[in-house]
Each structure stands twice: as structure tokens, then as C-alpha cells.
Ligand binder design. Structure first.
Ligand code: NDP
Length: 483
């Protein structure tokens, strides 16, 4: 594996500054320190901001096709290096190679390819007016965008933010989560190799204070955060005080509703995917699994049988399909919720324990007899903990599914198509799945309602969030004035 060679990537090259606070990078499968980066000092932040500002205007003046060509070249390089990037992603996050080989660099490449393709079609419109007058609109870059990432999909998040920002003619400074600082550096390296001019995509390391310094910098025009609701509140407030554009991709406690006419095997597959993929560390997970009373026992029986097939172990071994938690801190959070589940009266069906040995492993865990008021039904755990709740009828489950401050995603399994669409109409969520769960192709908008966020990533919608309209009025005849 070729590791990044320094902490930061600014103005087209790796930059080191050991005056910043050290951040150890820990491999979650063993607890071993595999790298050390240094938090950005004020000099590093200044260097990144100045490099981005110097490069942005000339980039915005290129045609969209020229910008898009660079992104598409980066997508090709990323696919060629998929294995190397997947190994790094696995070291950064602990997610098994059986996932990273198929999801991380590949979905990042999808974003570069898709937004590279769209770049040439970012246009305004012509608006005819009376007396031969007319107006036109220009869709212009915002300027300097800041991306702040969570730790669960570091390569993907770096590209979900970077690709549309660059396609629209912006520059970006990306701050990864301090838990997973490595992957975004490789994204920056590849973009430059693909021909991106220096200064347009910079990566700087740091904790929340570095993110906060970027958000409050008056030279920054937009902030896109993937993170928790508490961080989202702070970042949104800071950005609002300077009227910056924002995209907030925040947490969730999404409902997955399984009706008794649903295909049992597919429903169990959906529930497993919605709770245990990436060891449960997915924002849109359907962690409140509402199962209609008639199939509850059969569902739990089949779910338990299927969970016995999980291959828990070394994430570098491609037969492993369930890895460790990203960090000891996140492991402790999950263990504390398991204790709360037991203490508040939920029935532990399977799992519930830390796995002995090195690394931050916890068993895939299922609680049944969960009620709406329990902590494990109300709060985001962000780990492999499934809460199974039972319900009688459609109206009841809609009310209960929506009784949350979050609104990121929702899923429905049923054989009744009319009911599926009635449910989707009634559910408060940014993304809904019918007889499926957690698909996130780049062509489809992704984002939440209520406390789960503001704005949308991916799809043509993302272009609207990384650009702004200028209206231009053109008078063809003489001016009229009152005197
Ligand atoms: P956090 O909210 O703790 O952190 C997110 C990022 O924000 C990190 O890079 C963090 O830095 C940074 N940060 C923290 N405080 C500030 C601040 N005051 N100003 C600017 N930046 C700040 O989230 P996690 O990293 O723990 O990620 C898990 C969360 O992300 C979950 O709640 C999950 O639901 C959500 N998420 C949402 C997704 C979505 O698309 N909706 C996708 C994936 C995750 P650092 O951590 O380095 O201190």
C-alpha cells in the first residue's frame, strides 16, 4: 500500500507541519498505530485558503467540458487503483475488504465520472420579456467551498463533496474526520495526477477546531458537512452568521417497516443490510425495524439463523464480511447502548457482547420487544444494534415511524404496491426504499428532512447546491425615466 506521505495536501503537493497537534491513526482491527498526522496550524489553514483562492477564478473560467474531463480522468485512475485504495480505506476505517473493494473508491469514482459528465451542461436560461427585452441567467461558481467529513466513508465523502464542487468551478478545502485522515489525501493526489490545477482541492487535517476555523473564515463561501446532528447545529449556526451556503448530511434513526405479506427472505436481507453493513456505521441505516405481528416470530427466527452466517474477523481477509468498529470510542458507545437496551427492558435476541481479543469488535446485536420510548429506539447508536418493534396496522406504524426528530431514510417491505406508495407518501424521510434498503447511486439525490439535514448530495440537485444564479436583464430599446 502506498501511504500518503504527509499530513496535508495543499496547492498540488504534500505539505507537513509538525507544529500541529499529533493525531495517531489507529487500525481498528488491531488497535495498532499505523500512521501519525498533524493537525493544521493557522499557517497551514492560511496556506490552504490562499492556494484555493488563487486557483479558483481561472478554473471557473474554463469550459465545463474542460473541467469535466479532469474529473473523468481522475475517475479512471481511481478505478485502476481500486485495490490499493480499498486497502487504505480498510486500514483507515476497519471496514472489510469485501466491502471496500466494491463500494468506496468505486462510488467515489462514480461521483467523479457523473459530475465530470454533467459539468458541460451547467447552464442558465433565456427569459423573453415584453418589448423585445430579455434576460438570461448564469449559473456561477460559489467560490471557496469547505467539505467536512465523517469517518465512515472517507473516500466516498471526499468525492461526493469534491466532485460537484469542482464541476461547478469552485475550489475546495476538505477536512476529513480525525479518526480517518488518510483516504482523502489519496483523492487529492489522484485529482492532481489527472490534471487538476494546483490549489483547487486541498486536504487539511484536524479536529473540530480546524473545521470551525474554516467555517468561520469570511473567505469561505459554502460549507458541506457530513456528521452528527450536534455538530450540524454548530456548523449551520456559524455558517448562517455569515450567510454562507450550506449542505448538512446528518444523522438518522430511520424506520424499516416490514408488513406480513412481504417476502420473508428479502425482508431479512433488507434488515441485515440496513443494520450490519459497515458494522452498522451508516447514517441512513434502518435501525428501528417495525415488524407486523403476524410474521414477528418467523422474522426473528430467520434473522437469527442468517446472523450466524456472519464472518467476523480480519478485515483484510476477503471472506470476512463483518469488521470492527471504527474506534474504541465508538465501540464504547455501542456497548453502552447494549446495556441501556437491557436495563430498559428490551429482549436480547442475539449478540450483545464485545468480542475478546485485539481490535474493536462487537457482535451483531438484535433486541426484540423494543418500545418507542426506549433509548435504543430513539437515539442514533451508529453501530450494529438492531431494534425490532412490533406493530398491528398501517396507520399505527406510520405515526410511530414518524415520531422522531430525524428524517434521513425509511424503508417498506410489502407485496402490496399501493400500500408501498401510500407509506412512502406518509413517511417523513429524504430517501425511501420499497422492497430494498440503502441504495445510494450517484444519479439519485441523497439527504434528509427534519434534523437529518439540509440540501441534497449527488444527482443534478447537487449542482444547485454548489452554484448560484446571476440574473442579467437586457434592454433592447431606449431607457424610460420619470424626468
Ligand atoms: P461528528 O459530527 O462528530 O464529526 C463530523 C465532522 O465534523 C468531523 O470531521 C469533525 O471533526 C468535524 N467537527 C466537529 N466539530 C466541529 C465544529 N464545531 N466545526 C466544524 N467541524 C466540526 O460526526 P462523526 O465523525 O462522529 O460521524 C458520525 C455521524 O455522522 C453520525 O451521526 C452519522 O449519522 C453522521 N453521518 C451522516 C451521513 C449523512 O450523509 N447523512 C453519512 C455518514 C455519517 P473531528 O471528528 O475530527 O473532531
Amino acid at each position: 500500500m502506498t501511504q500518503p506521505t504527509a499530513s496535508h495536501f495543499i496547492n498540488g503537493e504534500y505539505v507537513e507541519d509538525t507544529n500541529g497537534a499529533p493525531i495517531d491513526v489507529i487500525y481498528p482491527a488491531t488497535g495498532a498505530i499505523i500512521a501519525r498526522v498533524y493537525s493544521a496550524t493557522s499557517d497551514i489553514i492560511e496556506h490552504a485558503v490562499n492556494s484555493a483562492l488563487n486557483a479558483q477564478k481561472a478554473w471557473a473560467r474554463l469550459s465545463g467540458t474542460e473541467r469535466g474531463r479532469v474529473l473523468q480522468r481522475a475517475a479512471i485512475i481511481m478505478r485502476e487503483r481500486n485495490r490499493e485504495l480499498s486497502v487504505l480505506e480498510t486500514y483507515d476505517t476497519g471496514k472489510p475488504m469485501s466491502e471496500t473493494l466494491y463500494v468506496d473508491a468505486t462510488s467515489a469514482a462514480d461521483a467523479l465520472e457523473y459530475f465530470g459528465g454533467l459539468a458541460g451542461s451547467i447552464t442558465g436560461e433565456h427569459i423573453p420579456l415584453s418589448e423585445g427585452n430579455w434576460a438570461y441567467t448564469r449559473r456561477e461558481a460559489l467560490g471557496l467551498c469547505v467539505g467536512i467529513g465523517a469517518w465512515n466513508y472517507p473516500t466516498q465523502i471526499a468525492c461526493w463533496k469534491g466532485a460537484p464542487a469542482l464541476a461547478c468551478g469552485n475550489a475546495m478545502i476538505f477536512k476529513p474526520s480525525e479518526t480517518t485522515p488518510l483516504c482523502a489525501l489519496k483523492v487529492a493526489e489522484i485529482l492532481v495526477e489527472a490534471g487538476l490545477p494546483a490549489g483547487l482541492y486541498n486536504v487539511i487535517q484536524g479536529l473540530g477546531d480546524v473545521g470551525a476555523a474554516l467555517v468561520s473564515d469570511p473567505r469561505v463561501d459554502k460549507v458541506s458537512l457530513t456528521g452528527s446532528v450536534p455538530t450540524g447545529r454548530k456548523v449551520y449556526a456559524a455558517a448562517a452568521s455569515q450567510m454562507k451556503h450550506v449542505t448538512m448530511e446528518l444523522g438518522g434513526k430511520s424506520p424499516l417497516v416490514i408488513f406480513d405479506d412481504a417476502d420473508l427472505e428479502n425482508s431479512v436481507s433488507g434488515a441485515i443490510l440496513a443494520n450490519f453493513y459497515s458494522t452498522g456505521q451508516v447514517c441512513s441505516n434502518g435501525t428501528r425495524v417495525f415488524v407486523q405481528k403476524g410474521i414477528l416470530d418467523a422474522f426473528l427466527k430467520r434473522l437469527t439463523e442468517r446472523l450466524d452466517l456472519a464472518v467476523i474477523g480480519d478485515p483484510q481477509d476477503e471472506s470476512t464480511n463483518f469488521g470492527p468498529m471504527v474506534s474504541e470510542r465508538q465501540l464504547d458507545i455501542v456497548l453502552s447502548y447494549i446495556e441501556k437496551g437491557k436495563a430498559e427492558g428490551a429482549r436480547l435476541v442475539t449478540g450483545g457482547n464485545r468480542i475478546a481479543g485485539v481490535g474493536y469488535y462487537v457482535q451483531p446485536t438484535v433486541f426484540a420487544d423494543v418500545t418507542d420510548d426506549m433509548s435504543i429506539a430513539r437515539e442514533e447508536v451508529f453501530g450494529p444494534l438492531m431494534s425490532v418493534l412490533s406493530f398491528e396496522n398501517e396507520d399505527e406504524v406510520i405515526g410511530r415511524a414518524n415520531a422522531t426528530e430525524f428524517g434521513l431514510a425509511a424503508g417498506v417491505f410489502t407485496a402490496d404496491l399501493s400500500r408501498a406508495h401510500r407509506m412512502v407518501d406518509a413517511l417523513d424521510a429524504g430517501t425511501c426504499f420499497i422492497n430494498s434498503y440503502n441504495d445510494a447511486p450517484v444519479e439519485v439525490p441523497f439527504g434528509g428532512v427534519k434534523m437529518s439535514g439540509v440540501g441534497r448530495e449527488n444527482s443534478k440537485a447537487a449542482i444547485l447546491h454548489y452554484s448560484q444564479l446571476k440574473s442579467v436583464f437586457v434592454r433592447m430599446g431606449d431607457m424610460e425615466s420619470p424626468f
